[in-house]
Design a protein around this ligand. Structure first.
Ligand code: URA
Length: 418
């Protein structure tokens, strides 16, 4: 068996068998297959797809490419994963709330992918926060304070780590078999026995329609069942960016504000929907409305914020940034986007805004790229809001003046007002 034959088979729309998929995953993970060969196969999968059996085999091979954590000693542990979005800071708000309600959270998150952001890039904007901790420390943290959020640094699904970075740089993200295997291999390897999936749809999601999102959700739930992980998928819209900020540090600041009680309605809806399902799945309350109320209560009484601080402190982060978000470094240029007309915002395409934030430096073009933590966009006006002529609709945060000016022009065009 060699990789050229496997690439040619998928290129020619044939089905790959279990051995071929395993050969590819094992040899790409250990460096025997090059990035360019892997990129060719991933593009062939992207274009020609995979059936259920191939997707399951790909997930199993990716899961088995590294260690598989056993968290059974911690009882019911819930994990959560989103299929990606723009301005999606949900994990940062949701997981401390859930943990403050007594449900252990052990989560391995990802970095930005394509035009969507990643929780790990966001957490790293908090000085000192260490996303690279050992398996023992990960477990110990969950045992000690009921929460740990880490990156893909343990030897968990290393195949996904490589394929994910490759997909990010080769425009091969929007594919059901590739997304399902990426997410489920990580989730199965990370050891939680309950999984809640946030499957997004709309302009800012990889799945542009609700039907496609349902297909992805069904694929992942089916794989979860096969792996003995109780899995629930919730479909959420991502037509415009979630909340008011896009960009790493800016989103962390918004998440901290949310935990302090100042939470945007659209963000609140997603956080409550996912959290109430997580609590139900873990046997902590069957009534979703009651679960939502308990979550809101723990924002009000400060317990969720306290849990977030505990998480940050426990992973080496500087808690003073949580207490005073003014400490986060600001971008060099902060320019307003001013409306030339009066009217109502009709459209605010999330994918275009995600791409604009990548242009500003918040995401990667090449997989080795370093992101600029402080750049991004603040949206004062969202779909349905009234806008006066000359009113400030948004702010661009950039470290380069030319880019800042270009972004102002591009964002004025993205705002559809009438
Ligand atoms: N999140 C992941 O972890 N993988 C994907 O492919 C998409 C979103």
């Amino acid at each position: 068996m060699n990789v050229q034959e496997i690439i040619a088979k998928k290129r020619d729309k044939s089905k790959l068998n279990k051995e071929e998929i395993e050969f590819f995953v094992t040899n790409y993970t250990n460096g025997n297959i090059t990035d360019y060969q892997a990129a060719a196969l991933i593009m062939a999968i992207y274009i020609n797809g995979m059936d259920e059996e191939e997707t399951t085999n790909l997930t199993i091979s990716m899961t088995n490419s590294g260690d598989i954590l056993d968290l059974s000693e911690l009882g019911n542990v819930v994990d959560k994963h989103s299929t990606g979005g723009v301005g999606d800071k949900v994990t940062l708000i949701l997981t401390p709330i859930i943990s403050s309600l007594g449900l252990p959270v052990a989560k391995m998150s990802g970095r930005g992918l394509g035009y969507t952001g990643g929780t790990i890039d966001k957490l790293e904007t908090i000085p000192g926060y260490n996303v690279n901790i050992s398996e023992e420390k990960f477990k110990e943290n969950v045992k000690k304070i009921g929460i740990s959020l880490i990156g893909q640094t343990l030897n968990l699904a290393p195949a996904d780590k490589k394929i994910y970075a490759l997909r990010d740089a080769t425009s091969t993200t929007e594919s059901i078999p590739l997304i399902a295997s990426s997410i489920m291999s990580k989730k199965i390897a990370a050891g939680a026995n309950k999984i809640v999936l946030d499957v997004t749809y709309g302009s800012g999601a990889f799945m542009k329609t609700k039907e496609k999102a349902q297909e992805l959700a069904d694929t992942m739930v089916r794989i979860g069942k096969l792996a003995n992980r109780e899995t629930v998928a919730v479909l959420t819209p991502m037509e415009q960016p979630l909340g008011k900020s896009v960009g790493n540090a800016l989103e962390v600041i918004e998440a901290i504000e949310a935990l302090k009680g100042n939470i945007k309605e659209d963000v609140k809806d997603v956080v409550l929907e996912l959290g109430s399902n997580m609590l139900k799945l873990a046997g902590k309350g069957n009534n979703l409305e009651e679960n939502k109320n308990r979550m809101l209560e723990n924002i009000k009484n400060g317990r969720a914020l306290e849990k977030f601080k505990e998480l940050v402190a426990n992973q080496g982060g500087d808690v003073s940034y949580i207490e005073d978000t003014n400490k986060f470094k600001k971008a060099k240029f902060i320019l307003p986007v001013i409306s030339k007309v009066q009217g109502k915002v009709k459209e605010l395409n999330a994918e275009q805004i995600g791409k604009l934030s990548v242009f500003l430096g918040a995401g990667r073009i090449k997989k080795e790229d370093k992101i600029e933590k402080e750049v991004g966009i603040i949206l004062n006006k969202k779909i349905g809001d009234k806008v006066e002529k000359e009113e400030i609709m948004a702010y661009i945060h950039a470290n380069n003046e030319e880019k800042a000016k270009e972004a102002v022009e591009r964002l004025s065009e993205i705002y559809q007002i009438n």
